[in-house]
Design a protein around this ligand. Sequence first.
Ligand code: GDP
Ligand code: IMO
Ligand code: MG
Length: 451
Amino acid sequence: MNKKVKVVLGGKWGDEGKGKIASRESKDADFVIRGTGGANAGHTIVFEGKKIALHMVPGGIVYPQTKCLIGQGVVVDIPVLLEEIKALEKMGVPDVKERLKISGRAHIVLPYHKALDELYERSKKSPIGTTKRGIGPCYADKDNRIGIRVYDLMLPREKLLKKFKEAILFHNTLLYANNIGIFSAEDLTHEYKLYGEMLSSMIVNGDVLTREAIEGNKKIVIEGAQAYRLDKDYGDYPNVTSSNCVTGGTLIGSHIPYSAVKETIVVVKGYDTRVGNGPFPTELKAYKKEDYLDKAIFDSKTFIGDLIREMGHEYGATTGRPRRTGWFDAVMLKSAKYALGADYLCINHMDTLGKIGQEVGYIKICTGYLYKGEEIDYYPDDIEITEIEPEPIYTTIKGGWNVSSDVRNYNELPKKMKKVIRLIEETTGIPVKYIGIGPDNDDLVVRYNEI
Ligand code: GDP
Ligand code: IMO
Ligand code: MG
């Protein structure tokens, strides 16, 4: 089988810069695919100075030779998708509607999924902190075999109405009992038939497209969404998303066989972030802005968590929520290596990490865990039972660095940055091939021979 597929996946809790790398990798690609998640993803790309946060469309759309597919594993938020197409057209991206295809087998996120997402979150003692984009309820309907698929929008009105009636029967009972408005199958049918007409030219059999691409020896890029610790099996259950966003699930969602994969790139940042609730061993205490606004001098040693957030602009691309921040956890990434089948690492925000080091006076990398009195090199999966989080063992590197986003040659990177890269490679066992030194698609150093 032709091996021309590059898979880009998140190594931590999301927002590692997957969108930027997948988009950059699409510069010379023929075909770009999103395979999991929905509008919970927010993938920021900066293309030729123009910034856009994409939720549904693969970032490779900005390169005019690409064909893009929203795969069968994605849950499609149609209003968000239509907005995004408009925004891309406004940015000057050519032929968006002609180049973008949607698998007819992908499921649709409906307004009642969002209402249910809100309700479940509200009724939990420990909410997950979901993006409230209806992701969990939509995937649950898919598993319950009452989901509405993109192909269903092509059905005669009566058949779609019947499907909607079945789908909302129990949901409406629950919503009504909780004093939330109920949904009308007639109204939904009317609205979604119109959406179906708008999207009809884009709806395809994804298998045929990917087969043609593989047999035609085309370069294919898969843009993963979410990340290792948000995967519903590998991650911090229940503080996860509702899909398998590691390699296996991403390939199924993208209509791609494993045997066609050439390279799996796992993306991380020089520090870690998380939005939503759940464990975060290297988290740095963050304060509210009011806590330090009255301080005459911003004390960067006390407020490292906040400093990282401000320096890295760590606010959610989907919800705008401030992201929790912490030092880079290399042990967790060692655990991710096999879950993700990682061939190479991409470390983004190495420019930001250097600035943090300069400001704080040092950088810390977690290279071991202390857990139940023992040193371990894997992420434990019984922390809910033991009620202890692994305690990070840090390696400290003094100072930081400044790096120009124009550097393209690995040998020209600051010595200290290379020391951090070597430390991460030694701890994780994954070679670092890509180094992000700025938000633009091209702010990237690629190591070809130095690995
Ligand atoms: P994704 O969800 O994994 O695609 O990542 P997000 O777009 O949610 O968050 C990544 C953020 O980091 C975005 O604001 C990017 O513009 C920014 N970014 C990505 N790589 C770099 C980098 O190397 N340096 C800097 N300074 N910013 C970066
Ligand atoms: P990208 O692709 C960061 C998190 C939410 C929440 C949990 C469940 O941009 O990296 P959900 O709405 O999926 O049911 O929420 O998962 N989450 C993300 N966090 N980046 C994402 O996507 C995320 N997608 C979901 O914050 O904790
Ligand atoms: Mg994101």
